[in-house]
Design a protein around this ligand. Structure first.
Ligand code: AMP
Length: 171
């Protein structure tokens, strides 16, 4: 058992009634917590070759960038539609109500790139699934999807079961 949960705060009914928001800003305020989390995520990659780290807006960027820097590989941001300035590839995905679109620069992934996908939370898995599809459509190979935490009852792992999944903590 690691001590990461002590840095993550559960905020009931945010951003709306019935959602228990997992707040990582308290983790980010702790250099010890950040080091522990980064070390845990890296420990699962020792035998894997990673060419690029792809991280998901916005809370995926914090550790996504740290992972890319530690692995000495490029960092690639996936953003909500309309935020990236050059030519993009897009992937839509379903939300509870309606749908949304994620985008990545078209030249970010080359055929055969071995890609690590990172986000802060794996909940229903819809977001991570969309990013997996986007990477594979661009010709990339997914080495692992990793997360600071996963929320097990939402069964997000099922949506990305074709790929190795690691979460530093599970709820
Ligand atoms: P999902 O597509 O349902 O797996 O949701 C994952 C995305 O939504 C991630 O980018 C998270 O940042 C965010 N998210 C979902 N549920 C939570 C939660 N309970 N607390 C914090 N962030 C969440």
């Amino acid at each position: 058992m690691n001590s990461l949960k002590s840095y993550i705060q559960d905020v009931p009914n945010f951003p709306k009634e019935g959602i228990h928001f997992k707040d990582i800003t308290s983790l980010l305020q702790s250099p010890e917590g950040v080091a522990e989390c980064l070390e845990l995520l890296l420990s699962q990659l020792l035998t894997k070759k990673v060419d690029k780290v792809v991280a998901i807006e916005a809370r995926g960027f914090f550790f996504g960038m740290l992972l890319a820097q530690a692995l000495k590989v490029p960092f690639i941001p996936v953003r909500k539609s309309g935020k990236l300035p050059r030519k993009v590839v897009s992937q839509s995905y379903d939300l509870e109500y309606g749908s949304d679109v994620l985008e990545m620069h078209k030249d970010a992934i080359q055929k055969g790139d071995k890609v690590l996908i990172h986000d802060d939370v794996l909940a229903t898995g819809g977001t991570a699934e969309a990013v997996c599809k986007m990477i594979e459509s661009a010709g990339g190979q997914i080495v692992q999807c990793n997360f600071i935490m996963k929320i097990d009852f939402l069964q997000g792992v099922k949506k990305i079961a074709a790929h190795p999944v690691f979460a530093a903590v599970s709820y």
